[in-house]
Design a protein around this ligand. Structure first.
Ligand SMILES: O=C(O)CCC(=O)C(=O)O
Ligand SMILES: [Fe+2]
Length: 272
């Protein structure tokens, strides 16, 4: 593919895809979700690793009327030759394939999305490159994309994708584990990378001075993930990022307080 040395730790290998008539791949993010069953740290906005970029190589020539495009759900359509249809017009157009899809099926809606949003028609030996993370490691939700339904029964869509990671991927001994994040935030010297050097990164210090009885049985949460006990006298020091949401919850799970990390120099203190 004309790439530099292939590093097994940084890519999932080539995945070959084949779609026959009417088959499709629903719009999605290539970024992997945290899984309770895995010890891997997927939070690329912190010290974790996740998929970072996708290279999708096409191995067939398709015309737009053959379907099979790759659609970017939030992308503005690029059709310099003619005005692209609106979504509703595209639904009407999609209905002309009603022998292939049920009315109101996800495939029919997807054809409409494919014809009204940014989509790329497969061309042999050409590829698309897109990023799943922002430069600071946060997931880029606008990278949502899908494989459009193939509308011809005369040929199949063949493609191959390569997912590139921002660091050692899940399963390698060098990959960051959830446990490692805990060790690191508790001040271990075994740091692999210092997230406070990334744009928007900040050390945040949470403290419960014990002055407010309401917080006697409080716990600290990163969004909905339990971070630790936050009863009177407790404090936590964490590497976080601008925009990260931290919740303080009571013992019956109600949110007592929400803190959002702000942009700025130096540590941010949240004290109750
Ligand atoms: O087939 C396509 O155009 C997209 C494939 C894809 O998004 C994937 O395999 O993750
Ligand atoms: Fe994908």
């Amino acid at each position: 593919m004309g790439l530099n040395t292939y590093n097994e730790e940084l890519a999932d290998g080539l995945q070959v895809l084949r779609y026959n008539v009417s088959t499709a791949y629903k719009s999605h993010l290539d970024y992997l979700d945290m899984t309770p069953t895995s010890d891997h740290n997927f939070d690329s906005a912190g010290v974790g690793t996740n998929r970072f970029a996708t290279i999708l190589l096409y191995m067939v020539d398709f015309d737009p009327s053959d379907g099979g495009e790759t659609v970017f759900s939030y992308g503005e359509p690029y059709k310099p030759q003619k005005t692209p249809p609106t979504y509703l017009e595209a639904v009407e157009e999609a209905r002309t394939y009603s022998s292939l899809f049920k009315v109101n099926s996800w495939e029919e809606k997807m054809v409409a999305e494919c014809k009204s949003q940014l989509s790329v028609s497969p061309k042999r030996a050409k590829s698309v490159l897109f990023y799943t993370q922002h430069p600071d490691g946060r997931v880029d939700k606008r990278s949502k994309h899908g494989g459009c339904p193939v509308l011809t029964d005369e040929k199949s869509k063949w493609a191959a994708n390569l997912w590139v990671w921002n660091g050692p991927r899940m399963g390698y001994s060098t990959a960051p584990s959830k446990n490692q994040e805990t060790i690191k935030t508790r001040g271990s010297k075994r740091k692999k990378k210092d997230p406070t050097k990334l744009p928007g990164a900040r050390r945040v210090i949470f403290k419960n001075d014990g002055g407010d009885l309401k917080f006697n049985k409080a716990s600290l949460y990163y969004q909905e993930t339990l971070w630790g006990d936050f009863g009177p006298g407790k404090s936590h020091s964490v590497n976080s990022f601008k925009g990260h949401v931290w919740n303080v919850k009571g013992d019956d799970g109600e949110v007592l307080l929400t803190w959002i990390v702000e942009d700025g120099e130096g540590d941010q203190h949240f004290v109750i």
